[in-house]
Design a protein around this ligand. Structure first.
Ligand code: GLU
Ligand code: ZN
Length: 314
């Protein structure tokens, strides 16, 4: 059966060249098999959502020549669905209320920790779901954590077999934040299942999220999609594309007169679908798409590559 893929921008900021490369791969992967593509706006991370960024993301995708089937799905309109999923998890004692602050967790963690993910030490794991009522009555803020019982290995369509020990890499994870909003892990599973997504193509920074999401699919009795995690775009210093590398927002390229075809051609070349960068549309790439042609390392967006498409980042 033809796959259903999806594009899932987060309007926490502007979409940049790195996002564009992942969207292009996700869109082509579905279209090359005659599949559908859905669009979802991931706007539940409320404090970080920028006004107008959702509309801009949609404009960026259209500019890139990517289209989608059906109406866009907006996460903030779907809170009842996430609540129902949390309800189900708590009824089955698969989640428990956690009152720890970030500082509590850092203090309890024995290993040195700088930027890495802290492993939750299980401080609140003795609680039952019903304990939430008393915490609420006391006005104590709490998050809901999912009890990690195992770490499902999975076969990544791009990155190959993956096995991450969740007990060591993060431990019990948050599915509902103390700010009364669903966490990404829960929302993405509920939505991908509801949207009948069968193929998720996204950046490889999300590989560690995948076994967590697989646990949630299983816990909720939902069918998991297949996953392909592709390498990210980095700057010349090898770090993930960010403001320090100059302005690589799609809106900035567009404003500077760069055509979508020129950018798509550069990205297609970086993915091994063209021998040299040359202007081409996303649709024209459909017969050229091969997931396995993408080099298995980050794409370094050197300044001279942007210069080739007539762009000098400010
Ligand atoms: N919204 C996420 C992002 O823009 C993508 C999440 C996902 O693909 O599962 O990074
Ligand atoms: Zn806790």
């Amino acid at each position: 059966m033809a796959p259903t893929g999806r594009l899932a921008p987060s309007p926490t900021g502007a979409q940049h060249v790195g996002n564009a490369r992942t969207y292009l791969a996700a869109w082509l992967s579905a279209r090359a098999c005659g599949g559908a593509v859905r669009l979802r706006i991931e706007d539940i991370d409320s404090p970080r959502i920028k006004p107008g960024a959702a509309e801009e993301a949609v404009a960026d995708l259209r500019w890139l020549g990517l289209d989608w089937d059906g109406e866009p799905v907006v996460q903030t309109a779907r809170l009842a669905h996430y609540e129902a999923a949390l309800e189900e998890l708590s009824r089955r004692e698969l989640v428990y209320p956690c009152t720890c602050t970030r500082a509590d967790i850092a203090a309890a963690a024995s290993a040195p920790h700088s930027n890495e993910v802290l492993t939750y030490p299980g401080t609140c794991a003795h609680r039952r779901a019903a304990d939430a009522a008393a915490l609420r009555a006391d006005g104590k803020p709490f998050a809901w954590r999912f009890r990690v019982s195992d770490s499902p290995p999975y076969d990544d369509l791009f990155a190959g077999p993956q096995r991450i020990d969740l007990a060591r890499a993060g431990g019990d994870f948050v599915v509902w934040k103390s700010s009364h909003t669903p966490a990404y892990q829960l929302a993405v599973v509920v939505d991908d299942a509801a949207m009948c997504v069968t193929e998720v193509v996204r950046g490889d920074d999300l590989i560690p999220s995948t076994p967590r999401q697989l646990l949630l699919y299983a816990a909720l009795g939902l069918r998991a999609p297949r996953f392909a995690h592709v390498p990210l775009v980095v700057g010349e210093d090898g770090r993930r594309l960010a403001k320090r590398h100059g302005d690589t927002r799609l809106s900035a390229l567009r404003a500077a007169g760069v055509t979508a075809e020129a950018l798509v051609g550069l990205l297609a070349w970086s993915c091994g679908w063209l021998d040299a960068p040359r202007p081409i549309t996303a649709s024209e790439l459909v017969p050229r798409f091969r997931l396995g042609a993408i080099p298995p390392r980050p794409f370094v967006l050197a300044a001279d590559l942007l210069a080739r498409i007539g762009y000098a980042p400010a």
